[in-house]
Design a binder for this molecule. Structure first.
Ligand code: NAD
Length: 267
């Protein structure tokens, strides 16, 4: 079998579209079989639509088109029990698991005085506890033989990105959780790393964030400006970092905050 991760079996959440789909395709190109999880439904506190069942089916079609296996499950990562059951059954089908990519996430926007407790709960529940649930569902299958947990944070997991405070807090939380797990699991050969993208054009687009920045707080716009002269990165740039962290090329890399951020966090 050819490829940098030939034969590895990888769980990806939020795999129906956007960066999750890109990670799935990149990993399959390098020989992985995949467990693809997504909620495939929208959430009341999130102002842009989330994915559909057709999106998830399309990701699976792209993977099988590359000659790799894809097992899909429509699951909300907030539901630990359902996620564990889905992962257990898919792992049984594939004969094992080597890595997980906790990529599902949501973004709400607002100033301090418009942010609601419902937004806080939804964002922390999906982005932080959902990432924990993903690690916890994968780990029973990894602790015997070692493996790699890749948790998708953000540039907002490193700097104080404003106008979406729950998101920034949740993405910082992913870093703390990942470093703590990296310490705990190093002894059993499980590596835990975070990935920190700058802006990437996907379906994650709350229209109100743009208008807040342009109309209300243009003084904050420089915080979002990349050092390298690009407005956005492409999903494939992030997928290449995920590929490295899943592969054995990174076998002695753990507890890393892997920035693919065009330098936005050095500003
Ligand atoms: N787009 C960016 O600029 C950017 C920048 C930094 C980090 N990120 C992070 O990258 C990851 C992927 O985001 P994206 O830009 O591809 O956005 P996206 O909205 O296109 O994709 C996110 C996917 O997660 C799924 N999802 C959301 N809530 C879920 C839940 N509760 N259970 C299961 N699936 C759920 C959605 O249906 C969707 O398919 C997220 O963690 C995001 O925070 C994005």
């Amino acid at each position: 079998m050819n490829g940098r991760i030939a034969g590895k079996r990888v769980l990806i959440t939020g795999a129906a579209r956007g960066m999750g789909r890109s990670h799935a395709v990149r990993l399959a190109e390098e020989g992985a079989d995949l467990i693809l999880v997504d909620i495939c439904a929208s959430l009341p506190d999130v102002e842009y639509p989330l994915s559909t069942p057709e999106d998830l089916a399309e990701t699976a079609r792209l993977i099988t088109g590359l000659g790799r296996r894809a097992i899909t499950h429509i699951v909300d990562v907030r539901d630990a029990e359902a996620l564990t059951a889905a992962v257990d059954s898919a792992v049984a089908e594939l004969g094992g698991l080597d890595a997980s990519v906790a990529n599902a996430g949501v973004l709400t926007a607002g100033t301090w005085d418009t942010t609601t407790s419902e937004q806080w709960r939804t964002v922390v529940d999906v982005n932080l506890i959902g990432t924990w649930n993903t690690c916890a569902a994968a780990l029973p299958h990894l602790v015997e033989r070692g493996g790699s947990l890749v948790n998708i944070s953000s540039a907002a997991g490193i700097k104080g990105s404003p106008l979406h405070t729950p998101y920034t807090a949740s993405k910082h939380g992913v870093v703390g959780m990942s470093k703590a797990l990296a310490n705990e699991l190093a002894a059993v050969g499980v590596r835990v790393n975070t990935v920190h993208p700058t802006g990437v054009e996907t379906g994650m687009q709350p229209a109100s964030l743009h208008s807040l920045l342009v109309d209300k707080r243009p003084d904050l716009a420089p915080i979002f400006q990349n050092a390298l002269p690009i407005v956005m990165a492409e999903a494939a740039d992030i997928s290449n970092a995920v590929l490295f962290l899943v592969s054995d090329e990174s076998r002695y890399v753990t507890g890393l905050e892997f920035k693919v951020d065009a330098g936005v966090t050095i500003r």
